[in-house]
Design a protein around this ligand. Structure first.
Ligand SMILES: NC(=O)c1ccc[n+]([C@@H]2O[C@H](COP(=O)([O-])OP(=O)(O)OC[C@H]3O[C@@H](n4cnc5c(N)ncnc54)[C@H](OP(=O)(O)O)[C@@H]3O)[C@@H](O)[C@H]2O)c1
Length: 254
């Protein structure tokens, strides 16, 4: 077991990529705390995951200071050091630049950037030796797609990449490693929400784009991300920090 005796916190662990990462951690022997807003989704995830190990849940909105504070408090209350933090909860507003409004901008930054920043800061005193922070970024930080307006989303994930690199420098001397995973398109509720809203012709165009753009011939499944997360969480990655790892079926290689 590669994560035996480690304790991990996965934000957005009740669905999609976060749920798959939480399962990957549990299978390797870690205890996991998953955070999301919807208590029903959290309970469904707990029931699915508990066969693999010890799962705790916490309902909190990480786009708010109160939500971040509640998660920090739970980590503190547990009295056990935290070994792995996965800043995964995120939101994707793929809307044209000229129609982005303040509320979308604030929400995007609150969840994709501010939550990662202040949650990491808040749990810092509770990290165990050799702790690992894993930020879930996106290929959209650096690669744009025609007719998929991503100015706001790309900006927020670019900021998360900068945070990853700067924290690798600031926290490295304390033995804390900070990395990011940049997934390609993954079949999750988030993806379906943005694609299902497109007109039929645009959906067909997107499918054709995927077919010709992904060297491995398909978009990702949530569990395609778990292996890299397990590696980065484990002691095998003891000299890995400041990296932004593309896990995208070869999409950004071209
Ligand atoms: N899917 C993709 O194609 C793709 C590609 C590249 C990067 N990513 C990134 O991967 C991460 C996960 O995406 P996903 O596709 O797995 O999303 P998802 O399936 O929609 O799951 C999102 C998770 O985050 C939780 N969440 C959302 N807003 C939250 C909030 N304000 N506070 C606390 N928890 C919140 C959700 O639970 P509740 O709704 O109950 O809160 C859920 O557990 C995101 O950062 C996303 O930007 C996704």
């Amino acid at each position: 077991m590669r994560l035996q005796d480690k304790r991990a916190l996965v934000t957005g662990g009740s669905d999609g990529i976060g749920l798959a990462i939480a399962e990957g951690f549990l299978r390797e022997g870690a205890d996991v705390l998953i955070v999301g807003r919807d208590a029903g989704k959290l309970e469904a995830a707990r029931l699915k995951l508990r066969v693999h190990g010890a799962v705790e849940t916490l309902s909190a909105d990480l786009a708010t200071d109160t939500g971040i504070g509640a998660v920090v408090e739970q980590v503190k209350r547990s009295g056990r050091p935290l070994d792995v933090l996965v800043n995964n909860a995120g939101v994707a507003y793929l809307v044209p630049f000229d129609s982005v409004d303040q509320a979308q901008f604030q929400h995007s930054f609150a969840l994709n950037v501010t939550a990662a920043f202040f949650l990491t800061q808040g749990v810092l005193p509770h990290f165990g030796a050799g702790a690992s922070v894993i930020n879930i970024s996106s290929y959209f930080a650096g690669k744009m797609i025609s007719k998929r307006p991503s100015s706001l989303y790309s900006l927020s994930k670019g900021a998360l990449n900068s945070l990853t690199r700067s924290l690798a420098f600031e926290l490295g001397p304390r033995g804390i490693r900070v990395n990011a995973i940049a997934p390609g398109t993954v079949d999750t509720a988030m993806r379906r929400k943005t694609v299902d809203n497109l007109p039929a012709a645009a959906q067909a165009e997107l499918r054709a784009y995927v077919d010709r753009s992904y060297p491995l011939g398909r978009i990702g499944r949530p569990d395609d991300l778990a292996g890299m997360a397990v590696y980065l969480a484990s002691d095998e990655a003891a000299w890995t920090s400041g990296g932004i790892f593309a896990i995208d079926g070869g999409y950004t290689a071209g």
